[in-house]
Design a protein around this ligand. Structure first.
Ligand code: F6P
Length: 505
């Protein structure tokens, strides 16, 4: 670790740690300093980080750390399409999908998007016949983004009924079969590598189901979404229905590419384009704003404060919006697969904790299930609250008022606490939270919300000196599962006994 980096961490460690209430009392401008509005083309969103322990001194020290870590240089390299994924020798060009970044990559992405828009619009016009259902098979980054976006944005009437199926457990696919008419179903096979066993097995089973239901040309119903187009063609997809994207788009950063096909199918191309533009607004903000005024970097400062200086092992996200119920799952992959690492980008052991465990749920449900621990447990858990001012429902306004009141009440209660001589009823308070308040959940604000988290994740990685774009930790389990499938290999006594008991050995 360079001297400037250890000096910055030492300075941070030496700072006093006042309580949140003291921070508000000491600085009347605190709210103005730590909350900001991001304007989107038609609406906006508010980011309130004032209920975290960041203060002027911490911000200055974190800015010094960012400088020592060459944050500006790493960010420029990301957007320029340089090899930032050093272990795999790749760029990370998700922003190019939104039209921001290296000109050549943007042009390539726009070319792929035109092709995708043409196919989406042709399908909507009936070019593939009377298609009412789309079964999208994919897993991890090839499923979580589409599932989240469709669930969040297509509730008011999708242009097509979309089912995202990821698990190899046949129960997942059977649920989709039960909901779809095979004569009016198409299949999207989403896999960056076009080799993932769960996806390819599920895809074969959808073809069998179509065949078994009397569909004579099941491959004629298939669209492939992949960075390995030659593999999709070899598997049987007609070249005209292969929608490629670049190798340099990481799986968990890929909903903006052709992996977003089911989003465009459900919402229509104009809404998908709006989603991309919302994300691009955050890209430009992230690229052009320095220091803690950069909302993604500021959030990463708070994340580092809690993970490294307060040793918090988890961080929680609660969406007070049923439409964002899948957001914690999505963020789990984004953050834990990106930053759950133990080595630096230079291949050296890290000298502190990296990604905390991301978890969460929806409010108000979670209040009645897990908030006990947040208020009175011994683990300090920084919480993000996410809500929208405009309701997503048409019921009496009482529903939304109660929803938002509870959201804001929880942040206030976590911070204020409540002393009591009866310890069982005492709330220690001083528990941090941040709030992201959307004017409305729209394709643009959704895109901005996800892009904010992508850049926050990247900023965290830069501050820790790690590469967020590889994921070697997922490979060993896959290799062992393959050995089990193939037979002949031996394992530890526990695994052998489980295999024998299940009749797999
Ligand atoms: O196993 C992890 C992973 O490689 C993820 O990073 C990825 O999003 C997912 O599997 C699916 O991979 P693919 O899109 O290549 O099928």
């Amino acid at each position: 670790m360079s001297e400037s980096i250890s000096t910055a961490w030492q300075a941070l460690a030496n700072l006093p740690k006042p309580r949140l209430a003291e921070l508000f009392a000491a600085d009347p401008a605190r709210l103005a300093k730590l909350s900001a509005r991001l304007e989107l083309p038609e609406d906006g969103m508010r980011f309130d980080w004032s209920k975290t322990h960041l203060d002027d001194a911490h911000i200055a020290a974190f800015e010094a750390l960012a400088e020592a870590m060459d944050f500006a240089g790493r960010r420029a390299a990301l957007f320029a399409g340089e090899i930032v994924n050093v272990t795999e020798g790749r760029a990370a060009e998700h922003t190019a999908q939104r039209g921001v970044g290296n000109a050549e990559s943007v042009a390539r992405a726009m070319g792929y998007h035109s092709r995708m828009a043409a196919i989406v619009e042709a399908i909507h016009r009936g070019a593939m016949g009377d298609v009412k259902h789309l079964i999208h098979v994919g897993i991890g980054g090839s499923a979580l983004g589409p599932a989240l976006a469709v669930d969040a944005l297509a509730r008011d009437g999708a242009m097509m009924d979309v089912h995202v199926v990821s698990n190899i457990d046949g129960c997942a696919l059977e649920a989709a079969f039960a909901a779809c008419d095979p004569a009016a179903t198409m299949l999207a096979v989403a896999s960056k590598t076009f080799t993932t066993i769960e996806t390819m097995t599920n895809a074969e089973s959808v073809l069998d189901w179509l065949r078994g239901s009397g569909v004579t040309d099941p491959y004629g119903r298939v669209v492939a979404l992949t960075a390995a187009p030659e593999k999709a063609i070899e598997w049987g997809v007609d070249e005209t229905r292969v929608l490629p994207f670049s190798e340099s788009v990481g799986g968990r950063y890929s909903l903006w590419s052709s992996i977003g096909f089911p989003i465009a199918i459900a919402l229509g191309w104009p809404d998908f384009a709006e989603l991309l533009e919302g994300a691009a607004t955050v890209d430009r903000h992230f690229l052009e704003t320095d220091g803690a005024a950069n909302l993604c970097l500021r959030a990463a400062f708070a994340d580092q404060y809690y993970t490294r200086l307060r040793r918090c092992q988890t961080r929680a996200v609660f969406a007070y919006d049923e439409r964002l119920a899948l957001l914690p799952d999505y963020l789990q992959q984004l953050e834990m697969e990106s930053n759950g690492k133990a080595v630096t980008a230079e291949g050296q052991p890290v000298d502190g904790p990296t990604a905390p465990i991301t978890w969460g749920g929806v409010g108000t449900d979670a209040q009645h299930a897990v908030f006990q621990l947040l208020h009175q447990g011994t683990n300090l858990v920084p919480v993000d609250f996410i809500a929208a001012i405009t309701p997503g429902d048409d019921l009496a306004p009482a529903h939304h008022r109660i929803l938002l009141s509870n959201c804001f009440a929880q942040g206030a209660a976590l911070m204020a606490g409540k002393p009591s001589e009866d310890l069982a009823r005492a709330y220690p308070g001083d528990r941090p939270s941040a709030t992201i308040l959307l004017d409305a959940l729209t394709p643009a604000s959704f895109g901005a919300l996800i892009a904010f988290h992508e850049h926050r994740t990247f900023a965290n990685a830069v501050l820790m000196g790690i590469n967020p774009f590889d994921q070697f930790g997922v490979e060993l389990g896959k290799a062992i599962a393959k050995q089990i499938e193939q037979g002949g290999a031996s394992f530890d006594p526990s695994t052998e006994a489980l295999l024998a008991q299940a009749g797999i050995a």
